[in-house]
Design a protein around this ligand. Structure first.
Ligand code: CUA
Length: 189
């Protein structure tokens, strides 16, 4: 009887060989995952995400893009629909946002105090608002109707009462109301 046959017959030797094989495979998987973490970490540290826009939360209500008269939805010179809003403890300004149906809408928003965020109803329009930074994303709303827009980052004792509304209206109705750079709003006055 040679060594090979005795090894294949010995259940302990078979188990030990299988254990070694699996230990090697798991070791390779762990090494790959660690290498991926290190590589992506170094990559992100070396190349910060592009288009980081900053804004001074202490002066944004006095001058610049986020003054009150500039908030709400409007059509810019290139025909893009822009919805601007500001979050603060414990409300959004404006409280009601009008957007056209089936049209890309670019949201530009920031916070004046702490971290807030919002999600528009059951859509995937979802963002975090960090003071000092302009959050921007583009979303298209397929159906007309009203959506609730709650704050979804815990921001203090009034967090659960912090929400706005988004009214999605037919695109032709929106362009009729947004003519010549006018701001469209559904805030009750
Ligand atoms: Cu703002 Cu929670």
């Amino acid at each position: 009887m040679n060594a090979a046959t005795s090894a294949t017959d010995d259940p302990h030797a078979i188990a030990a060989a299988a254990e070694r094989r699996w230990a090697l495979i798991v070791g390779i998987i762990i090494a790959l995952l660690v290498a991926m973490m290190v590589l992506t970490g170094v990559h992100w540290a070396a190349m910060p995400p592009s288009r980081v826009e900053t804004v001074d939360p202490r002066t944004l209500h006095i001058s610049g893009e986020f003054v009150e008269a500039n908030l709400g939805t409007s059509v810019d010179a290139n025909g893009r629909v822009i919805a601007r809003l500001v979050a603060q403890q414990y409300s959004f300004e404006p409280q009601c946002i009008v957007v056209p149906e089936k049209t890309p809408v670019t949201f530009r928003a920031t916070s004046t105090d702490v971290v807030h965020g919002f999600v528009v109803g059951t859509t995937n329009a979802n963002v975090m608002l960090v003071p000092g930074f302009v959050a921007t994303f583009t979303a298209t709303f397929p159906r007309a109707g009203e959506q609730l827009m709650p704050c979804h980052e815990y921001c203090g004792t009034g967090h659960e009462a912090m929400w706005a509304r988004v009214q999605v209206i037919p695109a032709d109705e929106f362009s009729a109301r947004a003519g010549r750079g006018k701001r469209v709003s559904c805030v009750r006055r």
